[in-house]
Design a protein around this ligand. Structure first.
Ligand code: F6P
Length: 547
């Protein structure tokens, strides 16, 4: 039995039935009514953590709903879950592992133990090695095989070994050393590698092979192609040592690949792939923005960790956001949540969040291995504003599906240019306003719109959103925003009683692909023993390839 078994099943907890009543009431009312009824609503439902202000007033809740959601968190043992994570207990029960990404950003004098050992000194040892290496690349002191400094860094990884690094690089590009070209290769489609390297000088290129396991098919295939690309140009095996470093937990596989383990930056099995961007997996980020900015990013993560760990649930931002996600998923049937950053620098943030949220909470059984009796993780998706406004927002405003939205905006910009930033941010406020309050038929009629067109113009409103507003996108702010979502995801998983830290669902496809690869590469027609559809597709593929 899981250490977190809560004696009362989720749907039988007292707060669950209160929330059912509450949701029935709220489905019969509108945000317009809620705002009209309570002038203090915005004050009551605006929260702040680590410089991130969250306006939750445009959610379909009352102060009473928040009280009931907090009660649900308490009745679900959220406090025990949080304490267990920070105490290094093996809360990833199906893999029997601790979940300690919070240790990756702990100050050096913190003590965080798992399996009887304090992990913090090891974390700082790796951070120090990363900083020495990053500084040597940035200063030009590190030389490639032919004595030239490094001008391009290519991170090869996939999933958590790619999405965090590429998102952080894009987000913090303003702070990056522009003399360095940073590239990211993830897809096993050779196009990714070829396009990322076509204009690079092998003598000035460093590859970072990032893989927790160092066995991932896509990453290893790309890593071998990178090796060949380098050798094709430099022609000397000894060059590998000056142009390849590895980030992994698997020293044995790193050595097998031919990378000297002195050129390896390690991390630990208690760091999940999707929670690893501030481990050595962030080496490319550190090279791009420098160790000081990286440290500042870690401070942002850490401050949000502390907020999550210590703040009462009723003012705890990640907890409140997680509870709202449960509220819409289970009491309003919402299947998706849109994350809409109004910052071009955050263009990869939704993609990063997709792995964080969906690989974590896309689960169908509880920690005890029994079917969950409610829906779990929503689909997260999004695009930066204002681009999305000219594409899919139509459905958000007038479609038949309710999609809760997280808007993310900043008061200041790193790139002040005319009125751009005020125009950008006016759209955040306007979109949240339009979603919440809409436009009624009467209001549209009063503008003299023909009766036949009125229904088409009605904006139903009553569509919930969070507005996250902070001063400026800095390394610190990025760290605090990511940690906010990490703990939001944690909260949802704890309520549902699922394992947010395993990902067994990705295994079957990998295994099946391994069986199919030789059937595609074989020169003689293989005997196929799959289902009829797969057999037919493989046969057609082989035929088309031959023509
Ligand atoms: O297949 C999913 C996954 O295991 C992710 O959880 C992980 O981030 C990714 O693959 C990459 O794994 P690795 O870092 O071991 O190459």
């Amino acid at each position: 039995m899981s250490p977190f078994t809560v004696p009362v099943p989720l749907t039988q907890r007292p707060a669950w039935s209160s929330l059912q009543t509450e949701s029935a009431n709220l489905q019969a009312t509108t945000l317009r009514d809620l705002f009209a009824a309570d002038p203090s609503r915005v004050d009551q439902l605006t929260f702040e953590a680590c410089g991130v202000v969250a306006d939750l007033s445009k959610h379909r809740v009352t102060a009473g709903t928040i009280t009931d959601l907090v009660a649900l968190a308490e009745q679900s043992g959220l406090r025990a879950h949080i304490d267990a994570m920070f105490a290094g207990e093996h809360i990833n029960t199906s893999e029997d592992r601790a979940v300690l990404h919070v240790a990756l950003r702990a100050p050096s004098d913190d003590i965080i133990t798992t399996d009887g050992a304090n992990v913090v000194p090891g974390v700082h040892e790796v951070l120090d090695r990363m900083a020495t290496f990053a500084n040597a690349i940035r200063s030009g002191a590190f030389k490639g095989h032919t004595g030239q400094s490094i001008s391009a860094v290519v991170n090869i990884g996939i999933g958590g070994s790619d999405l965090g690094p590429v998102m952080a690089y894009e987000a913090l590009r303003f702070y990056s050393d522009r003399r360095l070209t940073m590239r990211f290769v993830s897809n096993v489609d050779a196009t990714d590698f070829v396009e990322a390297t076509h204009d690079l000088d092998p003598e000035r290129t460093l590859f970072i092979i990032s893989s927790k396991t160092f066995t991932t098919l896509e990453t290893m295939t790309n890593a071998h192609s990178a090796r060949q690309w380098l050798l094709d140009s430099i022609g000397d095996e000894a060059a590998i040592a000056r142009h390849f470093v590895a980030v992994s937990t698997n020293a044995e596989e790193v050595a097998k690949f031919g990378i000297d383990t002195d050129n390896m930056f390690g991390f630990w099995d208690w760091v999940g792939g999707r929670y690893s961007m501030d481990s050595a997996i962030g080496l490319s980020t550190m090279i791009a923005i420098g160790p000081d900015n990286f440290e500042s990013m870690l401070a942002g993560f850490h401050d949000m960790d502390e907020h999550f760990r210590t703040t009462p649930f009723e003012r705890n931002l990640p907890v409140l956001m997680g509870l709202l996600a449960v509220w819409y998923r289970n009491f309003f049937g919402c299947q998706t949540i849109a994350v809409l950053p109004y910052s071009q620098y955050l263009k990869r943030f939704p993609a990063y969040l997709q792995q964080l949220t969906m690989e974590s909470n896309g689960k169908h059984v509880t920690l005890e291995g029994v079917d969950v009796d409610v829906d779990t993780g929503a689909v997260y998706w999004g695009e930066p504003g204002t681009n999305g406004q000219h594409s899919f927002y139509q459905l958000l405003h007038q479609g038949t599906t309710m999609v809760p939205v997280d808007f993310i905006g900043f008061a200041k910009t790193n790139n002040p240019l005319g009125d751009h930033h005020d125009i950008l941010m006016s759209n955040v406020f306007a979109q949240a306003q339009a979603l919440a309050f809409g436009r009624s038929a009467a209001e549209i009629e009063s503008e003299g719109v023909p009766a036949s067109v009125v229904p088409h113009k009605v904006m139903p409103g009553n569509r919930p959103s969070t507005v996250l507003l902070s001063d400026l996108l800095t390394p610190y702010r990025l760290g605090s925003l990511i940690a906010l979502y990490e703990h939001n995801v944690f909260t949802q998983g704890a309520i549902w009683g699922i394992d947010s830290f395993d990902q067994w669902g990705v295994e079957l496809g990998k295994k099946l692909a391994q069986a199919i690869i030789p059937q595609l590469t074989s020169t003689i027609d293989p005997a196929l023993d799959h289902d009829a559809s797969t057999n037919s597709l493989i046969t057609r593929y082989r035929d088309m390839k031959r023509q």
